[in-house]
Write a protein that binds this ligand. Sequence first.
Ligand code: ATP
Ligand code: MG
Length: 593
Amino acid sequence: MSARTPAILRMSQLFLRTLRDDPADAEVPSHRLLVRAGYIRRVAPGIYTWLPLGLRVYRNVERIVRNEMDAIGAQELQFPALLPREPYEATNRWTEYGDGLFRLKDRKQGDYLLGPTHEEMFTLAVKDLFSSYKDLPIWLYQIQTKYRDEARPRAGLIRGREFVMKDSYSFDTTDEGLERSYQAHRDAYTRIFDRLGFDYVVVEATSGAMGGSKSEEFLAVSAIGEDTFVRSPGGYAANVEAVTTPVPDPVDYTDIPAAHAEATPETPTIETLVDHLNAHFPRAEGPWTAADTLKNVLVVLRHPDGRREPLAIGVPGDREVDAKRLEAQVAPAEVEPFGEADFAAHPDLVKGYIGPGVLGETAATKIRYLVDPRVVTGTRWVTGADIPGSHVIDLVAGRDFTPDGTIEAAEVLAGDPAPDGSGPLELARGIEMGHVFQLGRKYAEALGLQVLDENGKLVTVTMGSYGVGVSRAVPVIAEDNHDELGLCWPREIAPADVHVVAAGKDPAIFAGAEQLCLELAAAGVQVLYDDRAGKVSPGVKFKDAELIGVPTIVTVGRGLVDGLIEVKDRRSGERTEVALDDAVTHLVDLVRG
Ligand code: ATP
Ligand code: MG
């Protein structure tokens, strides 16, 4: 609440039309409700307009984010969204970003882009102005519109092509300094997400196995999320991309018979193979299962320079290759399907019966062959014999074949052990809301950001990068704060503090409601006042109030003759009669919490 008297938002004049029906293109509740309640309108796929109520909510989110960033001493600045090509060329991202980048030309045919993220600009700005270790550390941030030509814009503002991000960057000379900067941002994020009012988890985002620097994501826990994360009873939590497989010890294989190829006609799938094995090759240890088979999946990697590289991945047959885990492992290369033309170019590959016999950099196909970490020396497998209708049984890793390496690309299944030994993993879904990341010296090196240290020696600066999805927060809060009637905003986020409904035709009701609104506004309360007269019935007004979701709904109606108004909590539905004389004090107390 501000010291100045806030203006009363009058529904009779407000630029708002609530909708009775769900918009046809809205798949998730937040999108449906934000459109129906008149917060946003779609302009193009992944591109939206904030209407007045929406803008108020959006600004409340922005205020919280700014407030917590300022509190840790980060300094706000703002870069343009329209940027020249050169800095992004220097870091190779002009190319690496692929189709996700909006590129454009000016009238002189110069190359420009709409910024998808601003590491380059921040790095260059610090290089431009600072030259000594004494200037560091420094933390800079902006709250700014980003552009990404997302392949699948989705769920309204959750995955937009134009969206607002708070991005900050820290600059330090030492690794310990970076660690401190990272912690400060992580703490600020905890406070931001606590205030925004949705359920979230902090997950590890890059695996130690990749040798990546420290990175964590703040995920809103939500069934509509596109990210899968795992957690264990012992407190381990990670993005599914970051989960590492505990590597089993090598197995003694001295008693395993020599590998033998067997006819397994018509068994191109794991299911048909397992059925066939159980029918024709029963074994003492019990029935064959998909986990006994080694499935070899082929893909093509497209490298940033355009080179196409075939890759074979061996996973236990009870698991699929997880596209996101694979993509995370091979980035910046992109994964493409291994097509008919690729098969034609590799006649040694027998579709449905591909085995390690022809895979590997030194084998017939020369196709790099990486296997799941569970495929350790001594493990025995049933796998393709590279002959149509034939599989090899008792093929032992390390004895009969040696892959080129391992890859964390197999899907993670519920019940898999947590890498830190903290128990079986549970899978859940989330929406990435924030990301804290130790970038290290990559950008500083690429762009030559160095400062003089205590000894007058040039050292390369180490950086952290920290993002919050500011516009995404609005639908994410809505996902976690609604019911079948509409939105139920947390107080700090709501477009107004109270929603006053004048219910009835009697001019005295309107006069009483008007007076109450003026007094509330004078007390610093933000009021949304449904002053619509004429044909708008109290029923319609109440429905709109539930839909819009201001936390407190005040009805000035029949009770007024007895000096009473009704105060309703939007979330709990609880109603209280309050004497008109006490109304302002009562409501101010409520609003101030
Ligand atoms: P995602 O995995 O969801 O595509 P990202 O990892 O590409 O996100 P970052 O580059 O880390 O995103 O951006 C920082 C934050 O910006 C994300 O945590 C997310 O909250 C937000 N964000 C990213 N892409 C979008 C988008 N298309 N629409 C809305 N918000 C986004
Ligand atoms: Mg991210």
